[in-house]
Write a protein that binds this ligand. Structure first.
Ligand code: MF3
Ligand code: CO
Length: 255
């Protein structure tokens, strides 16, 4: 597990800013009738117009700029002309971009028109759980404290935490050590070092936590086909508080 220099953190902040702005651009186009392929094209164009390179395309053979995971799809849904968003859907949009050799990686689950209140609640709780985790992203804590914060918050609300996929360190490579689970025990796991840069990305299910992989070799689905939510931010571990390297502010109209 390698900590970053302040120069490297500033470069990661630029990459994080690009993915944050890309997600906001994509979010403007999320509406009934749009295909996830259209969203992918919008993201790729925006990243390249801003001198970046899509970070997921070609990674382990992944074919697209975004992962677009609709309803019971948890993560790694492949954009397709055949997947047309409809009123009431939720779509997790996960975006990676490389700038100056450093990776940005963030995800946001968007509502398509009006969504059932219980699904909106799932999204809001998942988003809040990410910030509960971020509160523990300081050198006063250990990895298990982040996971515990996310897991306990989500389970208190009656949701379940996906275990098979986890967050990760990030830098010149998209996935670096350490792993960042969304479950865990207080005081357990590795000590969090100042200037370690990680992606925290809770994947939370309305129903049971069990998942399976679709036959395309990528898409992860809930076994019970109930909806799932996914939010991801990149942070640098701080002494007293985490330093956010990506943001939802562009999406949520605060920036
Ligand atoms: N944010 C996801 C992750 O960290 C995106 C990876 S998709 C891949 O796993 F295609 F690039 F693998
Ligand atoms: Co990630």
């Amino acid at each position: 597990m390698i900590v970053k220099t302040s120069e490297e953190i500033e470069l990661l902040r630029l990459s994080g800013d690009l993915v944050s702005r890309t997600l906001a651009e994509v979010g403007k186009h999320v509406r009934p009738g749009v295909s996830t392929w259209d969203l992918d094209s919008i993201a790729e164009t925006f990243i390249r117009d801003n001198h970046g390179i899509p970070g997921f395309k070609g990674y382990a053979g992944y074919p697209a700029t975004l992962c677009t995971s609709v309803n019971d799809q948890v993560v790694h849904g492949i954009p397709s002309k055949e997947v047309i968003l409809k009123e009431g859907d939720v779509v997790s949009v996960d975006c990676g971009a490389i700038l100056n050799g450093f990776n940005g990686d963030s995800a946001y689950t968007f509502c398509v028109g009006e969504v059932a209140p219980e699904v909106k609640q799932l999204l809001e709780t998942t988003r809040l759980s990410l910030f509960k985790g971020i509160e523990k992203a300081t050198s006063a804590f250990r990895m298990g404290d982040i996971g515990y914060a996310i897991q306990s918050f989500c389970e208190q609300h009656g949701y379940s935490v996906v275990r098979e996929m986890v967050g990760h360190g990030i830098g010149k490579r998209l996935h670096e050590r350490p792993e960042v689970p969304n479950y865990g025990h207080r005081g357990a796991g590795c000590r969090l070092k100042e200037n370690l840069t990680i992606c925290i990305e809770p994947m939370i299910n309305l129903g049971k936590r069990d998942i399976y992989q679709e036959r395309d070799g990528w898409t992860i689905c809930t076994r019970d086909h109930q909806p799932s939510a996914h939010f991801e931010l990149t942070v640098a571990i701080g002494k007293h508080q985490a330093d956010l390297l990506s943001t939802f502010d562009y999406i949520e109209g605060k920036k």
